[in-house]
Design a protein around this ligand. Structure first.
Ligand code: ATP
Ligand code: MG
Ligand code: FE
Length: 347
């Protein structure tokens, strides 16, 4: 099926067009520069930017794909989770298109879309697989038997008990004086640093913690440890070795993520691990996952960095899967649900 997908859950206005697993267009307009000086996304600013970017981004995607809007078989849209006002802009636009073109509407889950997007690069999803979703607002391990969510097809094995992985990257970047969003800047700075410079804590990996939180994550202790270390340095008047701290912090995050993801796959006897979400763009995470998985005979799939961060193609990819698997479309009173749980894939 030919599907147009709209994504507006945060600060990216994304419009993607796919035919089945084939990516035809992925147009993204970001308001990130408008938020940078606030050190985080300002919801009201994001909503307004979506409204301004929506029509031009739809036009750009159709032009790239060489299609007319009336050619599509369905419209897909992120209905949650995300910023309420930002989601509303995308949902309203998708409804307008669906009504105007008389096409079915699929309101889909942003988090499942971060998983489904991999099909555009590596073909049909291996199901069952373990999916590690690591993004700005979430960090979860999921057992995926059906990415459209049918019959409990997205089953949470564990999640962060405090900060998300991306949130930790962004907060630590701020401590180190790096711009927002910090993930890519830490990634880059870390390349010049030593990952063993500081031995930062690995959250929820002690024997006792593993009993209750084997597949859960915790990053707030790590963030605090970095803050304390940096403060101590500053107090002593010595310069903070930004690259070394970035590399050591990144190593602590990636070590725990990969360890737990592989443990989750092994515990289920599952041989495919999929990593998605903005943090999956991290070069160290990708490398470490492949290196350790190979030793266990586990296959790792990670979409290319541009498909890991928010985009419309991921929504179109999941929408196409909904159509292909015969799921019932959403009704036209589809709401935006800012706290849609990961298990509810079709809203
Ligand atoms: P969610 O998907 O949970 O709703 P979101 O959509 O805001 O959150 P994404 O766009 O999926 O988040 O991911 C953004 C996050 O990914 C930010 O925290 C950003 O710092 C992080 N990130 C992006 N690139 C990298 C990288 N190379 N290394 C580490 N983190 C990265
Ligand atoms: Mg963003
Ligand atoms: Fe996201």
């Amino acid at each position: 099926p030919l599907v147009l997908g709209i994504e507006t859950s945060c600060d990216e206005t994304g419009v993607g067009i796919v035919r089945g697993h084939e990516l035809l267009a992925d147009a993204v307009a970001s308001s990130v520069d408008e938020h940078a000086r606030f050190g985080g996304v300002v919801p009201e600013v994001a909503s307004r930017a979506h409204l301004e970017a929506m029509v031009p981004t739809i036009e750009r995607a159709c032009e790239t794909a060489g299609i007319r809007p009336s050619d599509v078989d369905a419209i897909a849209v992120t209905s949650g989770p995300g910023l309420a006002g930002a989601l509303l802009v995308g949902v309203a636009a998708a409804k307008a298109l669906a009504v105007g073109l008389d096409k079915p509407l699929y309101g889909v889950n942003h988090l499942a879309a971060h998983v489904a997007v991999d099909q555009l690069e590596h073909g049909a999803l291996p199901e069952p697989c373990v999916a590690m979703l690591v993004s700005g607002g979430h960090s979860s391990l999921l057992r995926v038997t059906d990415v459209t969510g049918a019959d409990g097809g997205v089953d949470p094995m564990g999640a962060t008990i405090d900060d998300a992985a991306g949130e930790a990257f962004d907060k630590v970047a701020r401590l180190l004086g790096l711009p927002f969003p910090g993930g890519p800047h830490i990634d880059r700075a870390a390349r010049e640093g030593s990952s063993v410079y500081v031995d930062f804590p690995r959250g929820l990996t002690s024997r006792r913690d593993l009993e209750r939180h084997r597949f859960d994550f915790s990053f707030s202790g790590l963030k605090t440890a970095v803050a304390r270390w940096v403060e101590a340095r500053e107090r002593s008047g010595e310069p903070v070795p930004v690259a070394d701290v970035a590399a050591s912090f990144q190593e602590a995050v990636c070590d725990v993520l990969v360890r737990k993801a592989l443990d989750a796959a092994s515990s289920e006897g599952i041989e495919d691990l999929l990593i998605g979400g903005g943090v999956a763009a991290n070069s160290r995470l990708r490398h470490l996952a492949e290196e350790r998985a190979a030793k266990l005979g586990i296959r790792v799939r990670v979409p290319r960095p541009g498909l890991c961060t928010d985009n419309g193609a991921m929504v179109a990819a999941l929408g196409a899967e909904m159509v292909a698997r015969g799921r019932t479309p959403s009704s036209l009173d589809l709401p935006a649900d800012s706290s849609l749980p990961v298990t509810e894939v079709l809203a």
